[in-house]
Design a protein around this ligand. Structure first.
Ligand SMILES: NC(=O)c1ccc[n+]([C@@H]2O[C@H](COP(=O)([O-])OP(=O)(O)OC[C@H]3O[C@@H](n4cnc5c(N)ncnc54)[C@H](OP(=O)(O)O)[C@@H]3O)[C@@H](O)[C@H]2O)c1
Length: 330
């Protein structure tokens, strides 16, 4: 039997309950895993509360876009019993049952070996949110945003992706401006490495004019909408913005001026389908950069499967600072 968080649909609402399912009900896949840890991401919270159309598989459904654990049995040559593995994205917790299960069956193609030097716990403290932040930092570097050359803005800085981006950028030597709508997170963001705080409201109204005075050389944006519009108008010449999220809206109204008069670049990150070589590189760098000290600052709380519905509400209402680690066996 596998203890899982199971989502059911009833009269248009989503109901979440912790129950045991027989292993014969687990989905198809060539690797059977004992899942030790998962995480709670924005997307998971939308799935669990039913506030976003995340689930694309058949109901009932086990969510959780991240998982880490130990291989129990494998029909794949890539893994053998006892191997420690991580899985993020590739439809896990969206079209294929995900990480909120003590035992899960997954395709080997969705897994990576746990990098040397990384623990299962730290990997899931990182999860999709941390991986997204690392990929965003790699995109900034690839587009010429170098530490020491200019400040980098992080929006939604107190959330999972934003706090990881703040910590990782600081670790890499960048000067970070953290934009947040959470006054009680200011000191904490300072301890993560933010050199200054920008009030969320300063960007929330959108661009005052198509080109404003250039402030930042780079930006990691999880908010989207008017915030992204505003920061594009305030990037310095040849600056780069990495669009990661839509916590504040999915529409984007802008002009071509930042792109054609300042050479500004707007790059997207999709962690779900990120190619394997880039994923491996990101995990390898996370292993080096995510010090125990930084990990300790980034951990908001460790929760169990029973806690997921209430913590999903808290995450969506913006109460959580940092990352929620899910100890699946708790
Ligand atoms: N592209 C990808 O592959 C990828 C991967 C992971 C996540 N994402 C997306 O990235 C976004 C953030 O994910 P997350 O896991 O970091 O979520 P999260 O932990 O909930 O953080 C989002 C943060 O955005 C800010 N925020 C919330 N509502 C807002 C609003 N209405 N207007 C402006 N700011 C708002 C809050 O930060 P402050 O209080 O500090 O302002 C909040 O903590 C989501 O849209 C998610 O879907 C994308």
């Amino acid at each position: 039997m596998s203890r899982v968080l199971l989502l059911n649909r009833r009269d248009g609402d989503v109901e979440a309950s912790v129950c045991k399912v027989d292993e014969s009900r687990l989905p198809e896949g060539d690797v059977l895993l004992d899942v030790w840890y998962s995480g709670l991401n924005y997307k998971d919270a939308l799935a669990i509360t039913g506030r976003g159309k995340i689930i694309r598989g058949a109901w009932p459904f086990v969510p959780g876009i991240d998982l880490a654990g130990k291989v129990r049995a494998s029909d794949s040559e890539a893994y053998k019993p006892g191997d420690l593995v991580i899985g993020t994205g590739w439809g896990l917790g969206e079209s294929h049952w995900g990480g909120y299960a003590e035992v899960q069956r997954v395709d080997a193609a969705k897994l990576l070996p746990l990098p040397k030097g990384m623990s299962l716990e730290k990997a899931m403290l990182t999860g999709t949110a941390g991986l997204t932040a690392m990929l965003a930092v790699m995109e900034l570097e690839a587009h010429g945003v170098e530490a020491g050359k200019g400040e980098v803005l992080v929006t939604g800085a107190s959330g999972g992706v934003g706090s990881f981006a703040t910590g990782l950028l600081h670790e890499a030597g960048y000067r970070v401006a953290a934009s947040t709508g959470s006054p009680d997170a200011h000191d904490w963001l300072g301890r993560l490495g933010a050199a200054r705080i920008i009030e969320r409201e300063a960007l929330a109204a959108g661009a005052a004019r198509p080109l404003d005075s250039g402030e930042w050389l780079g930006a990691v944006d999880v908010v989207g909408g008017k915030t992204l519009e505003a920061l594009l108008s305030r990037l310095k010449r040849h600056g780069t913005a990495v669009a990661c999220g839509l916590a504040g809206g999915h529409a984007l109204h802008t002009t071509v001026f930042p792109f054609i008069l300042r050479g500004v670049r707007l790059i997207g990150v999709d962690t779900n389908t990120c190619p394997v070589p880039m994923r491996r590189q990101a995990w390898e760098r996370l292993t080096r950069w995510l010090t125990d000290d930084l990990a300790g600052h980034l951990l908001a709380d460790t929760i169990g499967l029973d806690d997921l519905p209430s913590y999903s509400e808290r995450l969506l209402s913006g109460e959580i600072r940092g990352r929620l680690l899910v100890d699946v066996r708790k």
